[in-house]
Ligand binder design. Structure first.
Ligand code: TMP
Length: 225
């Protein structure tokens, strides 16, 4: 790659947010919530319903991504690397993902994204609070994400009591290191504080039956279309 092409690629990365803001014609919807909130099952249902209404116009995507950067995140998690390393890997994965999201939005697509930067602020904020202090951790995570994100038009926060979420997680196979009750409670608290600061958040009671949760989410999305 020539030096100029490299500079252009780098400035694209830094400018993902600005590029998206100017080129954007689609709708960017993010789904967030603790493990066991049913968010990923709802994401599929939401995608299927919208794709039937708008064939070819809806994209379902998720983080960590299915790219090699996403594999790095999963490997760091398995190998127990430090919380800061893990946070930076999530952000690196997102920096590339944001470019693809900006492109889809520029093509007029409705992008449904299962987890985005709020996941890093909530999960890594809760993980790093012991070493960095909660306020510092959250400020640092917001700062490091800020230049590489596309601001969501709507974030649907799936809320559920951590006990109920853990029960659902236990019924699935393989509990990950993020899935323990006290930790999920901390993550939930960070999510709720993010939600209070941002008018583009809508909370959905995820203890309701999945079909209802999907209908509520669809109504919120359609109101933004
Ligand atoms: P998933 O279960 O929704 O696929 O997410 C994988 C796990 O990764 C989940 O426990 C949440 C965690 N995670 C973070 O800790 N930080 C992040 O930035 C993201 C995207 C996920």
């Amino acid at each position: 790659m020539s030096a100029m092409a490299q500079v252009e690629k780098d400035s694209l990365v830094v400018g993902a947010s600005a590029a998206a803001a100017s080129a954007k014609r689609g709708l960017f919807v993010v789904l967030e919530g603790i493990d066991g909130s049913g968010k990923s099952s709802a994401a599929k249902g939401i995608f299927e319903a919208l794709a039937r209404e708008m064939p070819g116009r809806v994209v379902l995507t998720s983080e960590p991504t299915d790219t090699w950067l996403g594999d790095c995140v999963r490997r760091a998690n398995k190998e127990g690397l430090s919380g800061t390393t893990e946070a930076l890997l999530f952000v690196a994965d997102r920096a590339e993902h944001s470019l693809r999201i900006a492109q889809w939005l520029g093509e007029g697509k409705v992008v449904i994204c299962d987890r985005y930067f709020a996941s890093t602020v909530a999960y890594q904020g809760a993980a790093l609070k012991t070493s960095m202090g909660e306020k510092n951790a959250i400020e640092w995570l917001k700062m490091v994400n800020e230049p590489i994100i596309v601001p969501p038009d709507l974030t649907l926060l799936f809320t559920i009591r951590a006990e109920m979420a853990m029960e659902r997680v236990r019924q699935r196979s393989g509990v990950s290191k993020f899935e323990n009750l006290d930790y999920l409670r901390d993550v939930d608290l960070v999510y709720r504080s993010l939600c209070m600061d941002d008018p583009n958040y809508i909370t959905i009671d995820a203890s309701r039956p999945l079909a209802q949760v999907i209908q509520i989410a669809l109504a919120a999305i359609r109101a933004k279309l």
